[in-house]
Design a protein around this ligand. Structure first.
Ligand code: NAD
Length: 485
């Protein structure tokens, strides 16, 4: 069993305590990692601060930074199988999904490697004899805090643009799933020597201790956070209590997946299930509210139930598996408790418990409820394989229900009538809207939420902006400065 340490300033440093990491498919402890205290985090922040203030990273050329990111991406691709296996062993997702995540992680690094040389300011036509322009500069030392559902990929969504901009970082993975990030750090340390020490640091540990220390550090210039909405609120309090650092938040969701009578029922029911059950439903953009027009609701439900019964649960390292265990015993118990509570108000149509065939591991059956949008199970983010089917009458009713949530991350609409689809696209208050599809996600395109699903955007050019400051420069071309006094 490997005992992992923190990666700080290009070295592996132990913390005072350790934390066990459990494989949720087998309930076995597979490694230990550092349980960092606030003091351990401060050491990492100091390393990142020194690397930003005095190191070569932010003043190196954009081309050189881009090449480092391309090199990192190549290393990820070269060791993709190992990274994918580690991911599956710690978060339980089927290995075929981990394979895709690792490739997407490399693609993300390549995208931001290419973008390093496209960061530029503008010249502004001010009404004076002057040149007025903007410079784009790295925001500084950034704390990256990531969740457990896409541990490597979501880290790259932040690391790519941060490094591309010239920032230095301290990354804190989720408690349950730090191993792929530690392996990534080991690979970078061994194979990418051109990345200066202290530019990229990893500290593991508890959110309310290590995460909070990062959030409240006076030496950190920005926090890029992905996690639950309540934790996001805590992050904002911590930022307000400390140095008012910049912050971007990618938070929770309860996304509507809307089906009109003229949709292709077979493709639509596939889309409804894929939209919510991919990654065991542990997806921020999960289509956990399936809104179905009343005339097709019965047939839609029958097909969903039949297809759900065929979803193959089991060993996530088996390539035929379509659904693995949830990330931890604690989370599986939380999801099962939510299902119990859901039964009090909503009709249970499929699933609802632990699968009988799985003697060990944190498995939960794919579960379908039917209710209206007022039921607790239809309103709360469960973050597991649980979907609520909600019938609606017409387009206006669908839009009303879709928007009746404090969240606004994503939505999808299915119909053969493109004008109807486009009306829904415009009416739904969400950061991402898919038409006749759900969940495709591209680094070229912005990701982020309206309402309580977050602040800011990740990926794309918008994601790059989050790691940049804009400096105005005014160059007086007049013969003398303004004579006022
Ligand atoms: P979480 O909020 O419990 O934890 C996320 C991260 O924050 C972890 O690294 C954790 O250690 C850290 N953390 C916890 N408390 C903290 C504190 N007080 N200060 C600083 N850091 C703290 O979330 P989770 O359970 O790991 O992930 C699930 C949530 O993440 C869901 O709500 C999901 O919707 C959301 N999520 C959102 C997106 C998105 O792009 N919008 C993507 C993935 C997950």
């Amino acid at each position: 069993m490997i005992e992992h340490r923190n990666f700080i300033g290009g070295e592996w440093l132990a913390a005072a305590a350790t934390r066990p990491i459990v494989n949720p498919a087998t309930d076995e402890v597979i490694a230990t990692v550092a349980e960092s205290s606030a003091a351990d985090v401060a050491v990492a922040v100091r390393a990142a601060r020194d690397a930003f203030d005095s190191g070569p990273w932010r003043t190196t050329t954009a081309q050189a930074r881009g090449r480092v990111l391309f090199h990192m991406a190549a290393v990820v691709r070269e060791h993709a199988d190992r990274l994918a296996e580690i991911e599956t062993r710690t978060c339980g997702k089927p290995i075929v999904e981990s394979d895709m995540d690792v490739q997407d992680a490399a693609t993300c690094l390549e995208y931001y490697g290419g973008l390093a040389t496209k960061i530029h300011g503008e010249t502004l036509p001010v009404p004076d004899n002057a040149i007025n322009l903007t410079l784009k500069e790295p925001v500084g030392v950034v704390g990256l805090i990531v969740p457990w559902n896409y541990p490597l990929l979501l880290a790259m969504w932040k690391l790519g643009p941060a490094l591309s901009a010239g920032c230095t970082v301290v990354l804190k993975p989720a408690e349950q799933t730090p191993l792929s990030m530690l392996e990534f750090a080991r690979l970078v340390h061994e194979h990418v020597p051109e990345l200066p020490p202290g530019v990229f640091n990893v500290v593991t540990g508890d959110g309310p201790v290590a995460g909070r220390a990062l959030v409240e550090s006076m030496e950190v210039d920005k926090i890029a956070f992905t996690g639950g909405t309540e934790t996001g609120r805590e992050v904002l309090h911590g930022v307000a209590r400390s140095n008012l650092k910049k912050v971007s938040l990618e938070l929770g969701g309860k996304s509507p997946n809307i089906f009109f009578t003229d949709c292709d029922l077979d493709a639509a029911t596939d889309g409804a299930l894929f939209g919510v059950f991919i990654n065991q439903g542990e997806v921020c953009s999960a289509g956990s509210r399936v809104l179905v027009q009343r005339e097709i609701a019965a047939e839609f439900m029958t097909r969903m139930r039949e297809k759900t019964a065929r979803i193959r649960l089991g060993d996530p390292l088996d390539r035929a598996t379509k659904m693995g265990p949830l990330v931890s015993r604690e989370h599986a118990d939380r999801v099962l408790a939510a299902i119990e509570r859901g039964r009090q108000e909503a009709r249970l149509v499929a699933g609802g418990g632990r699968p009988a065939a799985q003697a060990r591991g944190c498995f939960v059956e794919p579960t379908i409820f039917e209710s209206d949008n007022s039921a607790w199970i239809a309103r709360e983010e469960i973050f597991g394989p649980v979907v609520t089917v909600i019938p609606f009458t017409d387009e206006a009713d669908a839009i009303r229900i879709a928007n009746d949530t404090p969240y606004g991350l994503a939505a999808a609409v299915w119909s053969r009538d493109i004008f109807r689809c486009l009306r829904v696209v415009k009416a739904v208050r969400a950061g991402i809207v898919w038409v006749n599809s759900m969940q495709p996600c591209y680094v070229e395109s912005p990701w982020g939420g309206y309402k309580q699903s977050g602040h800011g955007r990740e990926m794309s050019l918008h994601g790059q902006e989050e790691f940049l400051e804009t400096k105005q420069v005014h160059i007086n071309l007049g013969e003398a400065p303004l004579a006022w006094y």
